[in-house]
Design a protein around this ligand. Structure first.
Ligand SMILES: Cc1cc2nc3c(=O)[nH]c(=O)nc-3n(C[C@H](O)[C@H](O)[C@H](O)COP(=O)(O)OP(=O)(O)OC[C@H]3O[C@@H](n4cnc5c(N)ncnc54)[C@H](O)[C@@H]3O)c2cc1C
Length: 496
């Protein structure tokens, strides 16, 4: 029987990074994945929070080869072969059915929020097939054993000796060709695959989640730039962004990679979900125009589809096992929080598993209660945006709560990336959380959207965020064009 200190299930970026850290610190690690690399994966728009965390991981555990991935400029000069895209911030454009996209001088139908001062220090979109392949390779170089095309078929924990006996089998072969592995820990990084939960009695627990959306997605070549939307006062090109095309209900993302591939996806509330990506796009002429000559290149079999995105499990930790954040729970791609959340878990789980026994238990207990609080927080920040639709004013007003949280957390990361007194994305800021909870409660019962009630809601949110609003969110003088001013603190790590 093969023996390891830790078995990691899933070789996406988060499983690969945990394995890389632990192997680099002398632990014996096996990574088991039911598929092989390179492979199509969704979830590609990074954020400043994710960049801070990447730089922190590189710094804390001496993973020098990881550091350049924290900024677009350092990434491109060090690893031109790993495919990414330039992301200067978030752009939002409101489309109406049957009408060409149009805006006015006050930008009432668009919003741009910059996340970086220049191209060099900007965030990135990750072509996951390329990034994940690189990271799992680094984990192997550090000593981890990669077992691809295999999955878990049984897992028994002996609390007497604190060891797992794990049975694995190839996904495409009869079960009698399986093998046994023994390990001290199982880290489940299998995402929606939730490989471990059935073996440890960890049922779904997601009825409480208010965000109920589904997605259709694919990679395209030949998506046009959104010329019609460009304006001389834009702080950056709205194409170099997590581009959000806001529809009557739901939205369409476009993430442009440097190799000509664009990740495109449609997210809609489950009760109004369309079965046809093309039919929904065709209702919005300017969106259809962007995709007019585009060719779908992946997945080969057609659009990827997830009927309901939000999910959560009862627990994230048990004897000898731990789930990474996106295996435990996921809300929706709206605020691009998934990569950052996954990385925040990589930091915490690696810290715990490398600590002494007593500290490890304490750190994992805190992790378990924090994760529930974080998924609830993300659910509140996201669900309010969908509830605010179709009004664009109400949508961007509610989205401002997310920007307040993200900017506050980035400030904390800049002063000390290893201490988060108010939690991931400030989820434990009780005063701010209470404000968001109160306004979230109001959104669903607002009067029908009209100019006056939309404007008064926007004003209410502007007043509510005032104590935390450092960048002029919702300030009418800025006309929905938000520019950042400071170079990121992680720049020196990324460039080292
Ligand atoms: C539609 C959509 C859009 C998203 N967009 C964004 C975005 O723009 N920005 C952002 O930050 N986040 C986004 N996310 C979230 C993002 O996808 C996740 O944060 C990210 O994928 C988490 O990475 P991971 O490595 O933890 O898991 P995954 O990427 O899910 O990797 C899981 C790995 O486990 C393997 N696996 C699964 N089941 C088993 C099994 N039974 N046995 C063995 N191996 C198994 C898989 O093959 C895979 O390699 C999005 C998510 C969705 C669903």
């Amino acid at each position: 029987m093969d023996k390891f200190d830790v078995v990691v299930i899933g070789s996406g970026f988060s499983g690969s990074l945990v394995a890389w850290i632990l192997a680099s610190q002398g632990r014996s690690v096996a990574i088991i994945d039911r598929s092989g690399h390179p492979r199509f994966a969704i979830g590609e728009s990074s954020t400043p929070t994710a960049d801070f965390l990447l730089a922190h991981i590189a710094d804390r555990w001496g993973l020098r080869e990881l550091a350049p991935l924290a900024c677009w400029g350092t990434w491109k000069s060090r690893y031109p072969e790993i495919v990414c895209g330039k992301k200067r911030g978030f752009s939002y454009y409101r489309h109406f059915p049957g009408e060409q996209y149009r805006d006015n001088a006050d930008h009432e139908h668009s919003m741009l929020v910059a996340a970086s001062v220049s191209d060099t220090w900007s965030d990135t979109h990750w072509l996951r097939s390329s990034v994940d392949h690189f990271l799992v390779g680094r984990a192997q170089t550090a000593g981890a054993t990669l077992i691809e095309g295999w999955t878990l078929t049984a897992a028994n924990y002996d609390s007497g000796n604190g060891k797992w006996e794990i049975e694995i089998a190839p996904v495409n072969a009869p079960s009698d060709t399986g093998r046994s592995i023994s390990s001290r820990w199982i880290v489940d990084a299998s995402g929606a695959g939730n490989a471990l939960s059935p073996f440890v009695g960890n049922p779904p627990d997601d009825q409480w989640m208010e965000t109920r959306t589904g997605a259709l997605f694919a990679h395209y070549e030949g998506v046009k730039p959104f010329e019609l939307a460009k304006s001389t006062d834009d702080p950056f090109s709205g194409d170099d962004a997590a581009q959000h095309h806001i529809l009557d209900s739901g939205w369409c993302w476009m993430l442009r990679m440097d190799n000509g591939i664009t990740s495109v996806g449609l997210v809609e509330p489950t009760e109004r979900q369309s079965d046809s990506f093309d039919a929904t796009v065709a209702r919005y002429p300017s969106l259809a125009e962007l995709l007019g000559n585009a060719r779908r290149v992946a997945p080969q079999s057609g659009h990827g589809s997830i009927r309901r995105l939000s999910r959560c499990r009862a627990r994230s930790v048990g004897p000898g096992w731990v789930l990474l954040p996106v295996t435990y729970g996921f809300v929706d791609p709206l605020h691009s929080s998934g990569i950052a959340h996954a990385l925040s878990g990589v930091v915490r789980v690696a810290n715990a598993l490398l600590a002494g026994e007593g500290d490890c238990e304490r750190l994992l207990a805190t992790y378990d209660s924090d994760l529930r609080c974080e998924v609830e927080w993300l659910d509140r920040l996201v669900s309010g945006c969908y509830a605010a639709q179709p009004s664009f004013d109400r949508f961007i007003a509610f989205a401002s709560f997310y920007f307040v949280a993200a900017i506050g957390f980035e400030k904390q990361m800049a002063s000390d990336p290893s201490v988060w007194p108010l939690g991931f994305l400030q989820c434990r800021d009780t005063e701010f959380n209470e404000v968001v909870r109160r306004v979230r409660g109001m959104v669903s019962s607002l009067p029908e959207s009209d100019r006056q009630s939309d404007r008064s809601f926007l004003e209410l949110v502007r007043n509510s965020i005032e104590p935390w609003n450092r960048v002029g969110l919702l300030d009418p003088k800025l006309r929905n064009r938000l520019a950042h001013s400071a170079a990121p603190k992680y720049a020196s790590i990324a460039a080292s």
